[in-house]
Design a protein around this ligand. Structure first.
Ligand code: UDP
Length: 329
């Protein structure tokens, strides 16, 4: 298939590109490089430097490359930043996808696999989270992603042959086991890369944000899924999408790990006993978030294969060691 990957120069998008190419698809990347890295896009893959709001560029790209489906990874994704800069989040994540859908409509492209998030659930009353757990986001990031879910559903009602998948991510970890691409965020706020930076000596110490939660060891529990598994789910879902389909799945491994367990795994994998201190809770962090991914297993046969935390950390560590400065851009 000819596939446009928006945000294809970012962490998850670049892993999707790698997988789609390995599966024999023709891939075009659209990325404004505000968070992505040119070096993450393999040689030979067209990189269109544009954002989701550049509707005319998107339309022309869709036509020129005869795109048949879009995978949308382009988004701003930091909870804290979304609280400080809500309009940027609504502009990029909501108006951006509106512009993308309009361009798709003009170019006659009718299939999209869209990245959504567990942040659309807010602080759910029941755990594990399933697809129809009530969504009630508690920050602008989650709100922006939920708005797009509504937009896709409403659009589908009016267009019988439009097909979409909404994939709600939990915590994504790891990287290409061959360390060709990896995670390089600036600023870095995610727990595993932060701990790996501490192991590298790039941070004097790391902090656990709160150890007085109502969880088994007092630290927050999250469902970490290997990025290779995550993009595998995208290819399975895309392969299954038929005109008129509306598919929604939670992508997790179905098992939560606490921050303390992640710290232990990172220390074990790296062999470095870096300093970790307990700090205040981070605003907006629910105590526990993990998925029950039974629906995608039942319907499409997908489940995560690399569920061992040490494997995720080891793959991420390989990238960090091979590229101590990330992409350098
Ligand atoms: N966390 C932490 N110290 C850090 C970064 C994160 O204790 O330096 C915790 C955070 O409070 C949350 C968990 O690790 O409970 C996962 O946070 P992350 O930012 O990686 O992902 P999120 O769950 O926010 O998407």
């Amino acid at each position: 298939m000819n596939i446009l990957v928006t945000g294809g120069a970012g962490y998850i998008g670049s892993h999707a590109v790698q997988r789609l190419l390995a599966d024999g698809h023709q891939v075009v990347v659209l990325d404004n490089l505000c968070r992505g890295h040119r070096e993450a896009v393999p040689a030979g893959v067209p990189l269109i430097e544009a954002g989701l709001l550049d509707g005319e560029v998107i339309e022309a790209t869709l036509r020129e490359h005869r795109i048949e489906a879009v995978m949308n990874f382009a988004a701003l994704t930091y909870v804290g930043e979304s609280v400080d800069q809500p309009l940027s989040y609504y502009e990029n994540n909501v108006a951006g996808v509106l512009s993308l859908l309009q361009a798709m409509e003009r170019a006659g492209v009718k299939t999209i696999v869209h990245s959504s998030t567990a942040a659309t659930y807010g602080e759910p009353a029941t755990m594990p989270i399933v697809e129809d757990t009530p969504q009630s986001p508690i920050n602008p990031y989650g709100q922006s992603k939920l708005m797009v879910e509504h937009m896709l559903r409403d659009y589908a009602v009016a267009h019988d042959d439009f097909a979409f998948a909404i994939l709600r991510y939990f915590n994504v970890a790891g990287s290409d086991p061959q360390a060709r691409i990896g995670e390089d965020h600036d600023p870095e706020t995610h727990i595993i890369p932060v701990l790996l930076q501490a192991a590298q000596g790039k941070r004097e110490k790391a902090y656990i944000f709160g150890d007085d939660y109502d969880t088994p060891d007092g630290t927050c529990v999250r469902d970490y899924v290997h990025v290779v598994d995550l993009v595998d789910a995208h290819t399975v879902v895309l392969g299954a999408l038929k005109p008129g389909d509306q598919r929604v799945y939670c992508l997790g491994i179905g098992n939560g790990m606490s921050v303390k367990e992640i710290v232990d795994a990172v220390k074990q994998v790296t062999g470095v006993d870096f300093t970790v201190e307990i700090a205040d809770r981070r605003p907006g962090d629910p105590p526990s978030l993990y998925a029950d991914p039974a629906k995608i297993k039942r319907e499409l046969g997908w489940s995560a294969k690399f569920t061992d935390t040490q494997t995720m950390v080891a793959d991420a560590w390989r990238w960090f060691q091979a590229h101590p400065e990330g992409y350098g851009s």
